[in-house]
Design a protein around this ligand. Structure first.
Ligand code: ATP
Ligand code: MG
Length: 570
């Protein structure tokens, strides 16, 4: 990770200035030189899957720049390859971008709307003698292309006349040829050291229906031809993409210049993709997990798809914070998932109410507490944030506590409940464990204790100290719920991919379902996407798909503690 936006002190004014990342520097320069008047960026997903955290980086970067420079942000579907594109993906992508907060206003575009202009652009190139129809097969084209060390050979069809090319290209459009029978290629340089410039294919025949244009077209433009034209038509000034397109930039510029007539001319800038260590990010791999049924759809909370992150309980601001911390870099590197967790913890620390929930309950009976009596204890919603107010929580003779907060035979240093030991019930009373009640097979039915009425509120009446504090839920008013705990879907010891066959190394324990949880009654009204801190257990969010009013389901977003430290700011 390389943060190019270090805070530095301006020596003369002693004011803190934020150094510009390399993209901002390019834009500053372009504005200064008058190459662009008003900047325009775009986010151009292919609607062939759901968006993931990497896309979030691109969206927030492009939208952020447009905001920062008072420019425009276009939302454009790069839907020029009908094989894998679907309406379902168009809708999910729009939903995700909206949720992230990137507002395209009325600037929603589809590259497929430009098919007529792209066709015209191809004709312009043919007329200029800069494109030709080629009959070589895909294999032959590859063979003729040469290698990094050897120049390619000219296609035998390269010198076709303009008239013949125009006629053949029209016939391609009219459906006279089968898929692969003919292609249109740019006529550039078969000896170029850049393989992308060796007469790339710019149009192909594909008799496939398109999700928007139907059967209107049976020729489709290739990415390297279509993308610069899309940008140019829309007046995009800075076309930001990822590093793997660096070698395509000369072709991008070639298309813009040879087709001609565009002002401003769009400019391609590359930055490093966001990768997370040991996390499946690529659309292709997420798709595989979904299709093989390893996860519960594209929005499975274990995925870093935006839909998955949202369902898990991440907030748009936590993702923005994460993206900001990652910075913009020109070299590929991976970021730790713990940084994303840090961002959501920071976000929820102050804003989430801290409530009590028992994930694996056992009963605790206070034998000297009056039967039938319930008291309402007033508890801060978040001790660090008084603005969140207080709530009343019932307390009574029978409670639930976490199974792991009791041990019949405690190991050394165990400070929670065991026979003879006194602990604090959080915000309530001191209790001393007296005995454990078991059934015939030795299972615990209840743990018994006595309480000290003088310790109300969890305060010591006489200065005596207890070393353990545990949380609890009153048994009669407790709400049953299901809570899901998650681990990485990948076995981190083994790494993402199996070196032998390229398959994913899965972690069989990525999902734990706690089906018998007991929650304090204030959670009764919790709605989809509401987030809480369950004290001592982490941050949790109401699941938006499976939770109902009568059967609440929560997802653990993140545990409370981590050893993660933010990298020091240089
Ligand atoms: P994937 O490799 O996951 O399929 P993609 O690049 O094929 O992603 P597109 O829909 O073509 O997905 O990409 C839309 C935009 O998002 C592109 O501008 C692309 O560069 C950007 N993008 C995709 N993945 C990342 C990433 N990991 N980090 C930053 N930007 C990304
Ligand atoms: Mg792609």
């Amino acid at each position: 990770m390389e943060d190019t936006r270090k805070d530095i002190l301006n020596e003369e004014t002693k004011e803190e200035v934020v150094s510009r990342n390399f993209i901002e520097q390019i834009i500053d320069e372009d504005l200064k030189e008058g190459k662009a008047k008003e900047i325009c960026t775009r986010f151009p997903p292919e609607p062939n899957g759901y968006l993931h955290i990497g896309h979030a980086k691109s969206i927030l970067l492009n939208y952020g720049l447009a905001q920062q420079y008072g420019g425009k942000f276009n939302m454009r579907f790069d839907d020029t390859n009908p094989t894998k594109e679907k309406e379902e993906f168009v809708n999910s992508i729009l939903e995700d971008i909206k949720w992230l907060g990137a507002d395209w206003e009325d600037r929603l575009y589809f590259a497929s709307d430009y098919f007529p202009q792209m066709y015209e652009a191809a004709i312009t190139l043919i007329k200029k003698g800069k494109a030709y129809v080629c009959d070589l097969t895909a294999d032959e084209i590859r063979e003729y292309r040469g290698t990094l060390t050897e120049p390619g050979k000219n296609s035998p069809y390269r010198e076709r006349s303009v008239e013949e090319n125009l006629k053949l290209f029209e016939e391609m459009k009219d459906g006279k040829y089968a898929d692969g029978e003919k292609v249109l290629r740019a006529k550039i340089d078969m000896a170029s050291p850049n393989m992308n410039m060796r007469d790339p294919v710019i149009y192909r025949v594909a008799h496939i229906a398109h999700h928007r244009t139907g059967d209107q077209w049976c020729i489709y433009p290739m990415y390297d031809f279509a993308h610069p034209i899309e940008d140019a038509i829309e007046g995009v000034t800075h076309s930001i993409c990822t590093l793997e397109f660096e070698d395509h930039r000369p072709l991008y510029d070639w298309v813009v210049n040879e087709v001609g007539g565009y002002d401003p001319k769009p400019r391609q800038i590359e930055f490093a993709k966001l990768y997370l260590t040991n996390i499946v990010t690529g659309k292709r791999y997420i798709k595989k997990l979904v299709e093989e049924g390893i996860v519960d759809g594209w929005d499975d909370p274990r995925l870093v798809s935006i839909a998955g992150l949202r369902r898990r309980g991440f907030t748009p601001s936590s993702i923005q914070k994460f993206v900001d911390l990652c910075g913009v870099s020109k070299s590929n590197s991976a970021v730790d998932y713990a940084m994303l967790e840090y961002c959501i913890r920071e976000d929820l620390k102050m804003d989430a109410s801290r409530v009590m929930a028992i994930l694996d309950p056992i009963r605790l009976v206070i034998d000297n507490y009056p039967e039938g009596q319930i008291e309402e204890l007033e508890i801060d919603n978040n001790v660090e944030n008084p603005a969140l107010g207080k709530r009343m929580v019932p307390f009574g003779r029978e409670l639930y506590i976490e199974r792991e907060d009791f041990m019949e035979v405690p190991p050394k240093k165990y400070r929670r409940l065991y026979p003879g030991n006194e602990v604090r019930l959080m915000n309530a009373y001191f209790v001393t464990c007296t005995e454990v009640e078991k059934d015939a097979s030795g299972n615990i039915i209840a743990v018994h204790c006595t309480y000290d009425p003088e310790s109300r509120g969890g305060n010591s009446p006489d200065g005596r100290k207890v070393r353990g504090t545990i949380h609890w839920v009153e048994a009669n008013s407790a709400i049953p719920a299901t809570v899901r705990l998650y681990e990485n879907i990948i076995d981190e010891e083994k790494g993402v991919y199996n070196v032998e066959d390229g398959s994913l190394n899965l972690n069989p324990n990525s999902l734990t379902v706690c089906a018998d949880c007991k929650l304090e009654p204030s959670l009764k009204t919790a709605k989809a996407y509401d987030s809480f801190q369950f004290v001592r257990n982490g941050f949790f969010c109401v699941d938006s798909k499976d939770s109902t009013e009568d059967a609440l389901v929560f997802n653990r977003i993140v545990s409370l503690k981590s050893s993660y430290k933010l990298p020091a700011q240089q």
